[in-house]
Write a new protein. Structure first.
Lengths: 170, 196, 651
């Protein structure tokens, strides 16, 4: 079922022309089938006030286009992304704060909509990765670097073989 | 003797450390295995984004109708749901799975299920055409041309369906067309729960 | 007939690969010289069979043999000849065959250039390569066979995805795959060393050229993909932190670490176990990258996992190759002799730091890419991890890498002091500070810092060369003489490091890009980035298998005509798809970039960009790869260089 549904959705996306767009197109790098790719937005979407438009873009670039693979609503030409862009701009114009706009989106689409997941118990490991990696690497390098040559390890089978072979050669 | 013990401990530590990469790989492989298997039976879908609206009251809206038919508002929907649970279906005329789903919706209607429809970002004339071509299973139909209500419901594609319970809360949600299997195992039980 | 021959050749390659695997490892184990001598022949035979199979597929595609399902589904009579050829690897089955072919080429190269490897080592390396090859070729033959027929044949094929009908993209997969698959050779060397139970400096010397070659290809492959995204996707982006891109970045990061740690093995007989792990890890990431990304776990659009046989086969294969190697590592690595002690401030100390940082970045990329499906599976939570996360986490880790990579080569081996760095690189640091300071006047903090870092890297990378040639301190003739005596690898490293600086400058420049989306009527003029852009007209055009709408845009600078640009939109009739063809005018210092969007009545939507230093992003990658290639030319690294182990095994 899931599979058919997915396929059917792709078909529908053709009606949007560019619904199924860039992100997918990038996957063509992996040599598989994909569909049209171009994104030119409508200039009339943009807010006349440059500062407001910049704020809208900043908020929008943190929001995931839900029907795309991994891009923000600012980068996408999908119909839904266009609608969400319009909502962001409406709310910016109405003077709502970035946090309020973000909360509005999360209330409807869950934290899935945030491209940069907030720090929480479930994302702890994600955000801790850089530190953990550095600490583990540092500790490993420290231990490895100062290891004193302890008693020699016993010969391995391979080494014993080689020894036998070398003595035979000699 | 103790030197040998310390040496043995060092060797053991070293062995355990060298096992770590294998451990990580095996854990990763097992997780991938589970994902692939669950994906094949439809239990796991990393691309389904879920719906945080589940369990919440329906958002407010007031939408116009299609053609000569009157639209409806969230108040109408709540009032209807208070009498009998409603299946709310989002669809569009350009959506092929919606057309394929029409038959299933019709069958549900024959069983006495109350279905209300909202057309997403669709020309009302085309919606009317769609309904005359594939049959109209909807008790009432409204047109969400701007897509605002669609977003307020936390939707990202059509078709999607909700069950609205007697208290006006969202009791069940499905992204994608209703199949006979889903109707049997998901939708109808949800309707029964919502009405009791 | 020809496709059947291709199928036969593929089956033959599978059998030869199996035999190569068994004989290679068995003969080395038994020290059977006659059998060991047979492995190179088997590797070459496997390569020839694979070339035959690939040619058969190309033949079927060029001759429009639509009875071959693969050709019918991906080609069409009207498709240009070039794409009939390159299209053979532009689909799942063909790309797997290409993958196998390149693995075969690697085996053939080891057989051809590995004459002075100890026979047992060569035999084991070829055995491991053969085993890997056998698995993937079997995958190709049984679940992804490009030679399957279907009768009656359709009259015409379904055609190729228009996005792939692009000369740049046509040659992108072979280069990228050379990178991915090339790391199979260091992997095979690592597994062979584990089987043998010993690693020494010579091992490091043999592995490094293979790792470096693959690294050069991978660098070029990633750059080509990024460049393709830039000119094909049409909104000026060049890196998206998409799972597919991340999958290519992961082996690049560990591969970079491998290229560096192998130096330590070679010079200091240290970091041996770590280098073996890196070699295994890099190829494992290449494999996981190419295959698991297609599994549907990360991207739904691939139909890969929808075929259960394929998904399970590939996971089993990955388990066998990666799991097997890591199991061997767990069993054998503790027995390897570990290296000596070294001081933190020394060349090897700097290389260890490089490895820690690169692997930390790699860990962030892996965890970031894999977190959403894992969070879904284990926690039942739907979250996204996108560009803002990666930018926030990777950048702080990359900064110390940039800081250290310019001056690392200045440190002496064994034990060094920091003071000489100041003496030798103060001028680069000064220049970087000045550049950053000047930039900070006119722009935001981050781009200014990035320009400073780029200056630091480009100049600092040559500090060693300047130092060793006594440039500016001794007479020029003297310096030239010294430069001649300089090991090529030193120059190569300097160039590769400077290439990174060029890329950083390009990225910094791109962050200053100006763009405007306009709805233009013919004759209307807009000002973007100091240029005046006038839409002259929009006209119809026709290509071999598409029709198009072409815009003519005149660009003026200060009233002087600068360029005429023709962005277009192509409509591919047979697929019913539209693609946009971006117009780019570059002078290497900046790109003018124009995209044609929808037309509304007599006006057209245009997207106009001025992207300063944009070409430097990819130019830097080319410079990096060139530096790597130059290092390969170093006599000390040449595969044919005499080896001290030549007479270990009596002939």
């Amino acid at each position: 079922m899931t599979r058919w549904f997915r396929f059917a959705r792709l078909k529908r996306q053709k009606f949007f022309g560019s619904f199924f767009q860039k992100r997918t197109a990038f996957l063509a790098l992996l040599l598989f089938c994909s569909a049209p790719a171009y994104a030119v937005s409508d200039p009339s979407e943009m807010l006349p006030d440059a500062a407001q438009e910049a704020r809208a873009e900043a908020v929008g670039s943190q929001l995931r286009c839900l029907v795309c693979q991994n891009e923000s609503i600012e980068d996408s030409n999908a119909g839904l992304a266009r609608d969400l862009r319009a909502i962001v701009r409406e709310q910016v114009k109405a003077g709502r704060s970035n946090q309020q706009i973000m909360d509005w989106m999360v209330a409807r689409y869950g934290s899935f909509v945030r491209l940069k997941p907030p720090f929480s118990a479930s994302t702890f490991l994600l955000w801790a990765t850089p530190f953990l990696a550095l600490v583990i690497g540092g500790v490993a390098a420290f231990l490895g670097g100062r290891r004193s040559p302890a008693a020699p390890l016993p010969l391995t089978d391979a080494e014993r073989d080689r020894l036998a072979e070398l003595s035979r050669t000699a | 003797m103790s030197a040998t013990g310390a040496y043995a401990a060092a060797v053991l530590r070293r062995r355990l450390l060298m096992l770590a990469p294998l451990g990580v790989a095996v854990a990763g492989g097992a997780a991938f295995w589970t994902m692939l298997n669950r994906m094949q039976v439809g239990k796991f879908d990393p691309h389904d984004i879920g719906n945080p609206m589940l369990g919440k009251p329906i958002p407010d809206f007031d939408l116009p109708g299609v053609g000569s038919l009157a639209g409806f508002s969230s108040a109408d929907l709540r009032a209807a749901a208070a009498r009998q649970p409603v299946v709310l279906n989002f669809f569009a005329s350009y959506c092929i799975p919606c057309a394929e789903e029409a038959e299933m919706l019709d069958a549900l209607k024959q069983q006495g299920v109350q279905i209300w429809g909202i057309a997403w970002e669709d020309d009302p004339a085309k919606t009317a055409d769609f309904l005359s071509r594939y049959g109209n299973p909807f008790t009432r139909v409204a047109s969400d041309r701007r897509g605002t209500t669609f977003i307020n419901f936390g939707l990202y594609g059509v078709p999607e369906s909700f069950v609205i319970g007697s208290t006006g809360h969202i009791a069940w949600h499905l992204a994608g067309p209703i199949s006979p299997e889903i109707a049997e195992k998901g939708l109808l039980p949800a309707l029964r729960r919502a009405s009791s | 007939m020809i496709p059947e021959l291709g199928n036969f050749a593929l089956a033959l390659a599978v059998s030869l690969a199996f035999v190569q695997a068994v004989i290679g490892i068995w003969a080395a184990h038994r020290r059977d010289m006659r059998l060991m001598a047979a492995t190179p022949g088997l590797a070459v035979g496997q390569l020839l069979a694979l070339i035959g199979a690939a040619l058969a597929l190309v033949y079927a595609s060029v001759h429009d043999d639509f009875s071959v399902i693969n050709v019918a589904e991906n080609s069409a009579i009207a498709k240009p000849l070039l794409y009939k050829i390159t299209g053979t690897w532009g689909n799942h089955e063909g790309s797997i065959l290409l993958w196998g072919l390149i693995l075969g080429i690697c085996g053939g190269l080891v057989a051809a250039f590995g004459r002075n490897l100890p026979s047992a080592l060569r035999s084991r390396v070829l055995g491991v390569l053969g085993g890997t090859s056998a698995g993937f070729l079997l995958f190709c033959l049984t679940t992804s066979n490009p030679f399957l027929r279907d009768f009656p044949a359709p009259h015409d094929g379904r055609g190729m995805n228009p996005l792939l009908q692009d000369p740049g993209l046509a040659f992108h997969p072979p280069i990228l795959y050379m990178g991915y698959v090339g790391f199979a050779v260091p992997f095979a060397f690592a597994v062979a060393a584990l089987l043998e139970g010993r690693i020494d400096a010579a091992w490091g010397r043999w592995v490094r050229p293979w790792a470096l070659t693959s690294w050069c290809f991978l660098t070029c492959g990633i750059a080509m993909g990024s460049w393709w995204a830039y000119y094909e996707l049409g909104w000026g982006g060049y890196w998206f932190w998409d799972p597919v891109e991340n999958a290519s970045l992961m082996p690049w990061l560990t591969g970079t670490a491998l290229v560096h740690s192998a130096i330590v093995v070679e010079k200091r007989e240290s970091l041996k176990i770590w280098t073996v792990l890196l070699a295994i890890g890099t190829f494992s990431l290449s494999l996981s990258g190419t295959f698991l990304v297609r599994s549907g776990i990360l991207n739904s659009v691939h139909a890969f996992a929808n075929d259960p046989a394929r998904g399970i086969f590939i996971l089993g294969l990955l388990g066998l190759v990666i799991g097997g190697a890591l199991l061997l590592f767990a069993l054998r690595a503790p027995l390897l002799k570990s290296g000596g002690v070294f001081a933190p401030v020394s060349r090897e100390g700097a290389l260890v730091l490089n490895n820690i940082l690169l692997c930390s970045i790699c860990a962030v990329v892996i965890v970031g890419t894999m977190y959403p499906p894992f969070a879904d599976l284990l926690l039942g939570q739907k979250i996204s991890v996108g560009a803002p996360f990666f930018n926030a986490t990777v950048l702080p880790l990359a900064i110390p890498v940039f800081a250290a990579m310019a001056v690392g080569p200045l440190l002496p081996w064994k034990r060094g002091r920091l003071w000489p760095l100041v003496v030798h690189a103060w001028w680069a640091a000064l220049a970087a500070t000045i550049v950053a300071g000047v930039c900070a006047i006119g722009m935001k903090v981050l781009p200014a810092l990035a320009f400073g870092a780029a200056t630091w890297l480009i100049l600092g990378s040559f500090a060693e060369v300047v130092e060793r040639t006594l440039l500016f301190r001794a007479p020029v003739v003297n310096s030239v003489r010294r430069a001649r005596g300089l090991p090529v690898a030193v120059l190569g490293a300097a160039i590769a490091h400077a290439g990174m600086g060029v890329t950083i400058a390009g990225i910094a420049g791109m962050s200053l890009a100006s763009n405007k989306i306009v709805e233009a009527k013919p004759g209307e003029t807009f000002s973007v980035g100091g240029y005046q852009w006038t839409l002259l007209s929009v006209q119809n055009g026709e290509g071999s298998n598409y029709t198009s709408r072409i815009a003519n845009i005149e660009v003026m600078k200060n009233g002087v005509p600068y360029a005429i640009m023709h962005p277009s939109r192509r409509n591919f009739v047979s697929q019913g798809q539209t693609t946009s063809d971006v117009a780019i005018r570059t002078n290497l210092m900046q790109d003018l970039y124009a995209v044609l969007g929808d037309e509304k009545g007599d006006s057209a939507v245009l997207r106009l960009h001025v992207n300063p230093l944009a070409p430097w992003i990819w130019l830097g990658a080319v410079v990096m790869a060139a530096g790597g290639a130059l290092s390969l030319a170093d006599r000390r690294l040449r595969v044919g260089a005499p080896s001290r182990l030549r007479n270990v095994v009596p002939a």
